[in-house]
Design a protein around this ligand. Sequence first.
Ligand code: NCN
Ligand code: DMD
Length: 337
Amino acid sequence: MTFASPADFRAALADLRGPDQGAIAAARARQAELTKPAGSLGRLEEIALFLAGWQGTARPRIARARAAIFAGNHGVTVHGVSAFPASVTAQMVANFEAGGAAINALSGAAGLELVVTALDLDKPTADFTIGPAMTEAECLAALNAGAAAVAGDLDLLTIGEMGIGNSTAAAALCLRSFGGAAADWIGPGTGVDAEGIARKTAVVERALACHLDAPADAFETLRRVGGREIAAIAGAVLQARRLGIPVVLDGFIGSAAVAPLAADNAAIAAHCIAGHVSAEPGHARLLARLGLEPLLALGMRLGEGSGAAVAVGVIRAALAAHDQMATFAEAQVSGSL
Ligand SMILES: O=C(O)c1ccc[n+]([C@@H]2O[C@H](COP(=O)([O-])O)[C@@H](O)[C@H]2O)c1
Ligand SMILES: Cc1cc2nc[nH]c2cc1C
């Protein structure tokens, strides 16, 4: 068990390591020697430096990369907050296992090992409009399931989720972590209409009122208005940080899992790349609050780690250029005047 208690989780979140500045400096020096005008590969250059810092080497690589997908069920679905029935969560997990989901195709295309963790699907979280979604023990177990999906020898981790109703939980997490109005964080999710959005807004407002006087630290917010797959993502992101593994986040729900952690320690997202900005309207606002600039904007809103997996293609391209290009000296090309 990685996090022995809520206090242990809080201590880990309070004690975050930074990237290897020497490796970043060495990678920057190499970039300056490659046969291109300085800065001409734009964000690709920043990605190479980012991976150098977290992998602790001037020549980062992606030999072993994993897509970790977490699934959970939500008691809040009793309020009609999703366009799909809660039974779809387990059905989609079976689809992941059979190889028929988008993430199967996209993780394969990106060269990612797919690891699916289904968390007590037959035991939905409690309805968080009337009490905490999870007990302390349940939340801790989910955090640890997330941490357990992170292997020490990974060069990169991408993260995804599946959970009917979890865009409502994600909105509640964002509101409790960053404030604003419920409407700032609510969107159609799987595709609810205007009445569905109004129902989601009322549900999130009731949830926030229910937990108003409760402690607002990361563990309590995850436990009260999160979900098992969401807490698992939080545990995986924190464990990856402890191991120095860079993370690619996916869409609105995957990013919202980090929101309570960021409210306690703004440095938590430093080892994360936002793979994409999803079409869920709160995602752009959330990424801005996390200090992350999305790599892609493809109008995707699927979840299950799909946008993060697509972004890995760009990240691999960044490393290919960084690693394989000739220097000005090697290619006998004149440098800038
Ligand atoms: O990743 C996103 O930005 C995203 C946006 C909308 C929906 N989803 C997925 O759809 C489900 C949540 O939507 P809902 O309507 O059931 O709350 C869940 O399984 C997510 O993976 C995901
Ligand atoms: C079919 C389906 C697939 C999904 N994948 C992630 N969330 C999803 C929600 C639905 C409804």
